[in-house]
Every structure is written in C-alpha cells, then in structure tokens.
Design a protein around this ligand. Structure first.
Ligand code: ADP
Length: 330
C-alpha cells in the first residue's frame, strides 16, 4: 500500500450544503479508499446536522454499490443553522471523539468549507474537503463535482428551446444558476451557441445588448437566445427581458428560468471521474497527515489547498471564452 498511517483508524464522510450530481461517486470513492487502506468507514447523514445529532452509520464496500450513476446524495444534505453556533460545533466535535473518528471528509461548497475550517481550527479535528457544487465557484480546483453535469443539462434545455425559438421568430432569455458567478452561464453559452450571455463578472448594459440583437436581426437571424446568469448585475432574466422588449420589437420575447433541473440528473462521465479521483485523494491526504485542506484538480494534476485560501480567494473566470462567443455569434 502506498500510504500507511497507524494513527488513523476511522474515517467519516458527509455531504453538506447544496446537492450536486457526482456527490454519490465521491462518497463511494471515499468509502472504498478508506476500506482499501484497511481503515473503518463511517457515513454521517444530513451534513452538519447529522454530525451534531450523531446520525452515523458504519459503511462497508458494498454499502456504496450501485450509486456511482445516481444524482443527489445518498447521505442526504442539509443547511445546518445549529452548526453556525459554538454549542453546535462543540457537540459535533464531542460526537466525533466519542465515536473514535480520527478524520472527516466533507463534500460541499464554500459554506461547507467555512464550517470545516472552524471544526479544524477550534477543535483540531482532521478535516479534508472535496469540492461538490454545480456552480464551479471554488478556488483551488479547475472543476467542482456537479458542474459538468449541470452544464450538460443546460445545453440540452437550450437545444430544445432553440427548436421552438427558430420556429416562431422568438427571442428567448434563459436564466441559469451559478449564484454570484457566471461559470455555468459562460460555458453553456459557448457550447449551445447562443447570441449573448450575461454574467456577473462582465457587465453588458441593456443598450449594448439591444445593439447586439439588432445586429443579429440585420444579419438575418430569425431568432435569438440569451443566457442570463442568476447573479448578474443587470437584473434577472425577467427584468432584462422586460427592459429589452420595450425597445426591441423584432421578435416575440419569452423567458425560461431553468431552476432546479440543473441540480439533478445522472452525473456525466467527467463528474464521475473527478469525484472518484478526489475521493481517493481525500483519503490519501488524511493518511499523509495533510488536513485542513481541500483536494482539487488544477491543470489535470491533484492540487491540495488550505481551506483558508479556498474560502477567501475569488475564483477568476476566463473571459477569453466570452470573446470567443462574441466572435461566433456574428
Ligand atoms: P455550500 O457548502 O453548498 O456552500 P452552505 O453555504 O449552505 O452550502 O453551507 C453549508 C453549511 O456549512 C451551512 O448550512 C452551515 O451549517 C455551515 N457553514 C457555512 N458557513 C459557516 C461558518 N462561517 N461557520 C460555521 N459553519 C458554517
């Protein structure tokens, strides 16, 4: 075996915050890697709420059979108010000690890692994070688990909308998730070949958008699709559509808010692959004594980043993609 660490005997795993497709593949990888290294595996249900309530279950390699292809999380997830309190975290740490759990793997987004940092700093609990969020808004990794599947869901929806848009000379505004970042919007926009994309990181004013749409109409476009990231500065898709409609009457205007369909579904090949790799990496980081960190993938290689850096650093979006989309929307 590559890594030995007699001090670690039992490793727990939980999912927390927003669910994302591929979380199950990550759970499977953590459980299996733990057992491969001859350690005991424990699952914690309902995120930090379950950690506080003592909702634990011993896992075997077979406990995670047949889940790699399923969306959501078999361990359930939660947004825990109690874990935000000192008493809540004290209870969680005491439970982990009482169960002789030597290390904890948390799968979630930045909120989850803020919580994990406190458990690590206040109580010296060995915690390692795995990035699981459709938004891809975490520093320390090029891709988060769930992002690729969410983008695939979005482009499938846009393909379907394009059929109806072109049949009726329509202008569609499609709102996608991403909180205050435009990763899902920008990647889906280029992959679906839309006319314009509005993201929080790059302001396009309404007059600029109208000019773009007018140019498209002059260039004989019979319909137009605009992707709007939910956290954009110009407003949500409804508001933008209303402002554009007042001044641009070439097409019949419609709005589609994709909403929660983006969170579910069968995880893509890419999400299952990174979830599997990061699950193993998280267990191996623990065995190497590297905790208080998130495992991620940067430039196709494993990257280990302290939680502190993950939560304070704003991940930069590559605006080159934006420029390419401008060229292709001619
Ligand atoms: P995500 O991990 O997807 O970003 P949330 O932001 O909801 O999801 O965070 C998940 C959970 O992490 C929260 O419900 C809370 O219990 C815990 N958490 C978030 N921020 C903190 C914090 N500053 N201190 C302690 N716990 C936190």
């Amino acid at each position: 075996m590559l890594y030995e660490n007699p001090k670690i005997k039992k490793i727990a795993v939980l999912t927390s915050g927003g669910d994302a497709p591929g979380m199950n593949a990550a759970i499977r990888a953590v459980v299996r890697a733990t057992i491969y290294y001859e350690k005991e595996s424990v699952a914690v249900y309902r995120g930090y709420d379950g950690l506080i309530a003592g909702d634990y279950e011993p896992m075997t390699a077979r406990s995670v059979s047949n889940i790699i292809q399923r969306g959501g999380t078999i361990l359930k997830t939660a947004r825990s108010k109690e874990f935000m309190t000192t008493e809540g975290r004290a209870k969680a740490a005491a439970n982990l000690r009482a169960q002789n759990i030597d290390a904890l793997v948390v799968i979630g987004g930045d909120g989850t890692f803020r919580g994990a940092t406190r458990l690590y700093e206040e109580y010296g609990i060995n915690v390692v994070g795995i990035p699981g969020t459709i938004d891809n808004d975490l520093a320390g990794t090029d891709y988060t688990i769930g992002y690729d599947t969410a983008c695939n869901t979005v482009i499938k929806a846009i393909d379907a909308i394009r059929d109806t848009a072109s049949s009726h000379n329509r202008l569609f505004f499609i709102e996608v998730m991403g909180r205050d970042s435009g990763f899902i919007a920008l990647r889906s926009a280029i992959a679906a070949g839309v006319e314009a994309v509005l993201i929080p990181e790059h302001l396009i004013t309404i007059p600029e958008l109208i000019t773009k749409l007018e140019t498209g109409a002059k260039n004989k476009k019979t319909s137009s699709l605009v992707v709007v990231a939910e956290g954009g500065k110009s407003g949500n898709a409804m508001e933008i559509a209303a402002k554009v409609e007042e001044q641009f009457s070439h097409y019949d205007t419609k709005v589609t808010v994709l909403g929660h369909v983006q969170r579910g579904g069968t995880p893509s090949c890419a999400d299952r692959e990174i979830a599997s790799k990061l699950g193993v990496a998280a267990v191996e980081a623990i065995l190497m004594g590297k905790t208080g960190v998130m495992v991620g993938i940067i430039n196709n290689s494993l990257a280990i980043t302290p939680f502190e850096d993950v939560v304070i650093t704003k991940k930069v979006i590559n605006l080159e993609t934006f420029r390419i989309n401008e060229i292709l929307a001619v």
